[in-house]
Design a protein around this ligand. Structure first.
Ligand code: NDP
Length: 386
């Protein structure tokens, strides 16, 4: 029988469970590319309930204990004395969400002698050292597509909120003001702007599709070019690299995984080639942007705004400069953890565990590392350091 160690974010301050806001979720059968939604044999949760916090347990306890496995759920994940470290030594499976990542460093992987599966309940497995997982023969899997559309919607929201100066204007209204000039002195229309995405995978392409009706000019860069038909349909301009693309854009959105090719991509040099007063939206991973270079670019006016929900480390320290820099629209890491997304990734996590325990192959699209190498979605979208 296996020991499953699951790291989830803490429960709401007001206690668990919070009241259900809506009765159920819209029914979806397939993702936009035709991939089916998760297909576990059953689920033990109410879709629309909070599942991603400790007491939500991703709806896994009845299923796992019913099959004789041990489930440990904790939010205590950092530091040598953490509950995570104490249980890791004999865990067979680790489950973690990118929003509250259990960083699986080479040292931790070396200590986890029984570890066979590192499962990301979400998308983005950069909190696992993939080189070390490859070396140790640990399978890394994620619930591909589960929250790609959730993030795409968030990106569109952030673009509109930055360009139209929504957040400061909302603050003025909440505080009793009517300072229209202060609201409008930084507000523009998105119409006619050049908008580019670094990566046109599941999220990046969904962002492009959602922005097309705004009558903007759309740009993208990616390691693999989109089909000619898609480029034509959305009137896309392809650029060979981010460096080639960003000088042509008023708004840039980052939608690539964090791996050796993208780490630190938005540094002083790249930012200096952007149009003055451009907007940068990063919901991909905090380390794709150089923390202090972003602050400097906002202070100098090189960037007119920066928004996103991804930081390093997570949770971000109270004095992280992105909390207080000018013209930002930062939130904690939430875009992929809507209640809608939680229902999908809880079901996908169960589907992956069912296959793993049955000894049957995981869906290829869920794999990042398997059999000592990048595999499935990971072989397409990630690189290793060697
Ligand atoms: P996909 O795998 O569908 O897309 C990733 C895309 O990035 C692929 O098209 C890939 O190219 C491309 N890419 C990889 N490296 C580069 C590079 N160096 N330059 C340009 N493009 C590159 O994943 P998703 O779109 O679903 O998710 C993307 C990322 O978004 C995740 O890895 C994660 O980090 C982040 N994310 C954030 C969430 C949040 O809550 N904020 C939630 C979900 C995801 P190709 O495959 O063609 O080689």
């Amino acid at each position: 029988m296996a020991k499953v160690l699951c790291v989830l974010y803490p429960d709401p301050a007001g206690g668990y469970p919070p009241p259900l806001v809506r009765d159920g979720l819209p029914h979806l059968e397939r993702y936009p590319d035709g991939q089916t939604l998760p297909t576990p044999s059953a689920i033990d949760f109410t879709p629309g309930a909070l599942l991603g916090s400790v007491s939500g347990e991703l709806g896994l306890r009845r299923f796992l204990e019913g099959a004789g496995h041990e489930l440990v759920v904790t939010s205590d994940k950092d530091g040598e004395d953490s509950e995570f470290d104490r249980h890791l030594v004999d865990a067979d499976v680790v489950i973690s969400q990118p929003f509250w990542p259990a960083y699986l460093t080479p040292e931790r992987i070396a200590k986890a002698k029984n570890l066979k599966l590192a499962l990301t309940a979400g998308i983005g497995s950069d909190h696992v050292d993939l080189d070390a997982a490859i070396e140790a023969g640990v399978t890394v899997a994620e619930v591909t597509y589960c929250n790609s559309i959730s993030v795409a919607e968030h990106v569109v929201m952030m673009i509109l909120s930055l360009v139209r100066n929504y957040l400061p204007s909302n603050r003025i209204a909440s505080e009793g003001g009517w300072d229209i000039a202060d609201c409008t002195a930084r507000a523009f229309d998105v119409e006619g702007m050049d908008v580019g995405t670094v990566a046109a995978g599941r999220i990046g392409l969904a962002v492009l599709r959602r922005l097309a009706p705004f009558d903007v000019r759309l740009h993208y860069t990616d390691r693999h070019r989109l089909p000619a038909q898609t480029e034509k349909e959305l009137n896309l301009t392809f650029h060979e690299s981010a460096a080639d693309m960003v000088p042509h854009c008023d708004v840039v959105t980052v939608n690539a995984p964090l791996h050796p090719e993208t780490r630190g991509l938005f540094n002083n040099q790249l930012l200096s080639t952007m149009r003055r007063g451009a907007y940068l939206i990063n919901t991909a991973r905090g380390l794709i942007a150089d923390r202090d270079a972003i602050v400097r670019a906002l202070e100098s006016g090189q960037l007119a705004g920066y928004a996103g929900d991804v930081w390093y480390p997570q949770p971000a320290p109270a004095d992280h400069p992105w909390r207080t820099m000018p013209h930002h629209g930062m939130t904690p890491h939430i875009s992929g953890s809507t209640l809608s997304a939680q229902a999908r990734y809880a079901a996908g996590t169960r589907e992956i565990l069912e296959s793993f325990f049955a000894g049957t192959a995981l869906r290829d699209e869920y794999l990042i590392v398997d059999g000592g190498k990048l595999a499935g979605a990971g072989a397409h979208s990630y690189s290793t350091s060697s």
